[in-house]
Write a protein that binds this ligand. Structure first.
Ligand code: ADQ
Length: 466
């Protein structure tokens, strides 16, 4: 079996102490992949240094070997906060209004990808499979090929692929996308994003599309497929059976005091539709005063990317909005929104999800959305909660038994919440069973096996002239 090298911007090895702090969906997925393969996880350490040295920090944590490099302040500004999170993230989430185009961002992005390739080079053995993750690292394969690497290299995009006409607003978009043709395999979350990519390749790059998923342009050929990511369903079920989960479930049960709890769990990001969600919930309270005092919403939203202006602004707006709604509707013994800005361990999250009558997952645009899957996995099979899910999350394609909504519409959100809260138990169980089946079948193990097997099956013909 080939060795696996995983490359992602941040490296989050599995925590040595179970339950100590939170781990994002990607971190859990990658740790699960590396547990089985004799591999290395490479990326940025998260540390900033005065001068880039390329020195590798090697570590072994809970069976996973990690190799990280530090970056300079300017690298972090231009590559991470700049091109990745001020340019590509908003653009790929259809937020052209928030997208910043600055030439220095592009330069920094190219420089860091070049630095990553240099640092990674000594770790690569001839048979290794290299699996690169996400929008921070699109040019990495080209940088490795330029240095003579002929290994099989795959790329997985965790976020949506935008429509062609949106992507065309990015200066040098064609150069960026051309870099993807140095990968042997490209993975997208859903058929919809895959289609957008193929259309872009055909229309903008004159690519030829093959029936087997191959996409060829400018003398290079890659293969593109949808690989919907899942959660580690077995691990999450185990987290749900832990003492920490039970303790949290009991704590929630006591504080719910017979009311119905609606739960939302998201990184504090404008793509998650939190303002629209609060406004939709407010509409419910305004439409249906009988629910006052009988329902409340718990929104957990730890801040992310706090150095970026658009994130500071949305945080300010959410503080104001939750404050306004609570001010308008709260009573001496009840508040409609419990708005919490901290993270919780996976065990605690499992206990919180289970205590809720309804999960509210309404991103405006989301590559997949693992919270929807975690919510389903955490439910009590005998009395599961209902799920309201945005039709613009990749997860909606696999979870058609959720109550699907247009997250931009306050009325639809309000109606969907009411419907979910009032749904008879038999219907909740029927819908939950169908969703749970999909969550278990299309879990992170299937996702990883699928991708790695496809990558392993690639036959490479060495390129001429790099
Ligand atoms: P994210 O945008 O981070 O991921 P998501 O898929 O929902 O979105 O994953 C979030 C993860 O963070 C979940 O595992 C969740 O439990 C965890 N999390 C969120 N809030 C938390 C909190 N308060 N405490 C603890 N944990 C918390 C990106 C893409 C998604 C895609 C994933 C995986 O944007 O569309 O599904 O990658 O590919």
């Amino acid at each position: 079996m080939s060795r696996l090298i995983v490359v992602s911007n941040r490296v989050n090895p599995p925590s040595a102490a179970p339950g100590a702090g939170s781990q994002g969906g990607l971190a859990v997925a990658i740790a699960a992949a590396l547990r089985e393969y004799r591999g290395v996880w490479f990326g940025w350490s998260g540390q900033r240094v005065a001068e880039f040295s390329g020195a590798l920090h090697m570590q072994r944590v809970a069976g996973v070997t990690t190799a990280t490099v530090d970056l300079e302040e300017q690298d972090v500004d231009e590559y991470y906060n700049g091109y990745a999170n001020k340019t590509l993230w908003p653009l790929f989430h259809y937020r052209i209004d928030l997208t910043e185009y600055d030439r220095t961002f592009g330069t920094g992005y190219a420089r860091v990808n070049c630095r990553f390739a240099e640092a990674l080079l000594p770790l690569i053995e001839p048979d290794d499979l290299i699996w690169v993750h996400d929008y921070h690292l699109i040019p990495l394969a080209s940088e490795l090929r330029r240095r003579g690497i002929e290994n099989r290299i795959g790329f997985f995009l965790h976020i949506p692929w935008p429509p062609r006409r949106l992507l065309a607003t990015l200066p040098h978009h064609d150069e960026l996308v051309a870099g993807l043709f140095d990968y042997d395999l490209l993975g997208f979350q859903t058929g919809e994003w895959l289609e957008s990519f193929r259309e872009y390749a055909e229309q903008e790059l004159g690519a030829t599309l093959g029936p087997d998923g191959s996409v060829a342009a400018a003398g290079r050929r890659t293969r593109a497929r949808a690989f919907p990511i899942g959660i580690d369903a077995a691990e999450f079920a185990e987290a749900g059976r832990s003492a920490a989960a039970s303790a949290m479930h009991e704590r929630m049960r006591r504080s719910i005091e017979g009311r119905q709890m609606i739960v939302g769990v998201d990184r504090l990001d404008y793509s998650k539709g939190l303002e629209e969600r609060f406004a939709g919930y407010e509409r419910l309270l305004a439409n249906d005063p009988a629910r006052l005092g009988r329902v409340f919403m718990l929104q957990i939203a730890p801040p992310t990317r706090e150095e970026i202006g658009s994130y500071q602004e949305i945080r300010g707006r959410l503080d104001a909005l939750s404050g306004r709604i609570n001010g308008a509707y709260a009573d001496v013994d009840w508040v409609p929104i419990r708005y919490v800005n901290q993270g919780y361990s996976r065990e605690e999250l499992a206990g919180i999800y289970r205590a809720a009558a309804l999960g509210l997952v309404t991103p405006l645009r989301d590559g997949m959305n693992l919270v929807a899957k975690e919510y389903v996995a955490a439910q009590d099979p005998k009395d599961p909660g209902a799920l309201v899910l945005s039709r613009f999350a990749g997860a909606a394609l696999q979870m058609g038994e959720a109550i699907l909504v247009n997250p931009y519409s306050q009325e639809e959100i309000a109606d969907a919440i009411a419907r979910g809260l009032d749904m008879p138990k038999a219907e909740r169980k029927r819908r939950w069973e169908a969703m749970m089946h999909a969550v278990q079948r299309e879990d992170v193990v299937a996702w990883r096996n699928d991708f790695v097997n496809d990558l392993e099956a690639v036959r490479r013909t060495p390129r001429k002239g790099g």
